[in-house]
Design a protein around this ligand. Structure first.
Ligand code: MG
Length: 320
């Protein structure tokens, strides 16, 4: 029998020693989005068989389980965990599915073994998150000098008139080679979304896309806007988990999908879906540690289309 298949069978039957611990990391600068202000990232590191590490980094306000639900799941597991248990983690625990499957990857089975092959060279440097509001005007230059060329700016945080003023200044000063992504986190009204998209259509700056202009329940309105304006729309909150992603695809979304592997669910099923449908995906961080980040970047390297920058340029927000 092939060595990996042998290990896999043993894993199903015998089980792997399982351990976990929690972590807390405070952001260097709080993350301000239209969902509120986020100060501390908390998550769980899982370990299988003393060498397979994975990370559970939930964002419950984004659609994953809560940290407490993930902890409850870990606490009720036996000291030995089988592959069968891992592949049966229910869909309402997507961050757990990701954490356990990627830990299994470190064991040489299940998810592709991490670090078994070096990552292919990144097609372009990651997108870098700018501070919200006026802070963006002061920080992009330092990030540009570090090599970043794609920037992301949160909107829907302040009054639209003020944000449009800052946007005007920002797009006039960014170099022509820069790309800008706007992320509303579902915080705009329909009229505001039209105003932003119209403004983006009318300027010469390179606006890569507007991310999640409207709340999740206004899918049809976003589908309609995507047909009317030149500026692309990316769904993010609407496609937080693989189930939601499949649902939006079935309802006709052919724009951009933002995928956060850390909370999307089973990486093996996510890979199957993306490869089958060749969707235009942008991969993004959930402010995880290096353990989750490596597993997420491996997936991004395999599945990114059209040379889109991955959204992992967030180190200036975390002490890493
Ligand atoms: Mg987003």
């Amino acid at each position: 029998m092939h060595a990996e298949a042998q290990r896999r069978r043993e894993g199903e039957v015998r089980g792997y020693q399982f351990d976990f611990r929690c972590y807390r990391r405070r952001f260097l600068q709080p993350l301000v989005t239209s969902h509120g202000i986020w100060h501390t990232r908390e998550g769980i590191i899982v370990c299988l068989g003393n060498c397979g590490y994975g990370e559970i980094a939930p964002i419950s306000w984004f659609g994953s389980e809560t940290l407490e639900q993930a902890l409850d799941f870990c606490r009720q597991l036996p000291v030995e965990v089988t592959e069968e248990m891992i592949f049966s983690i229910p869909d309402n625990l997507p961050a757990c599915q990701f954490g356990f499957e990627s830990a299994l990857g470190g064991m040489g089975s299940g998810e592709k073994k991490q670090n078994s092959s070096p990552l292919p060279p990144a097609p372009c440097p990651p997108a870098s998150l700018l501070p919200s509001g006026e802070g963006a005007l002061n920080q992009w230059k330092a990030l540009w000098k570090q090599g970043y060329r794609t920037f992301k700016w949160k909107i829907g945080v302040d009054a639209i008139s003020r944000e449009l003023e800052i946007f005007d200044l920002l797009t006039r000063t960014l170099p022509p080679a820069a790309k800008l992504r706007l992320d509303a986190n579902g915080g705009l009204s329909y009229e505001e979304a039209k105003l932003w998209l119209g403004t983006c259509d009318d300027i010469s700056a390179n606006i890569e896309f507007l991310e999640q202009p409207l709340p999740v329940e206004q899918f049809s309105a976003m589908l309609e806007l995507s047909a009317v304006f030149k500026t692309a729309i990316a769904l993010d909150e609407s496609v937080a988990t693989l189930q939601q992603l499949k649902h939006c695809f079935e309802k006709g979304w052919r724009g951009i999908f933002v995928i956060k592997p850390g909370i999307a669910g089973s990486p093996s099923r996510l890979r199957d879906f993306c490869q089958q449908h060749q969707i235009d995906a942008v991969f993004s961080s959930v402010f995880e540690t290096e353990i989750g980040r490596q597993a997420a970047l491996q997936l991004a390297a395999e599945l990114s289309q059209q040379n889109r920058a991955v959204g992992f340029g967030i180190n200036h927000f975390l002490d890493v």
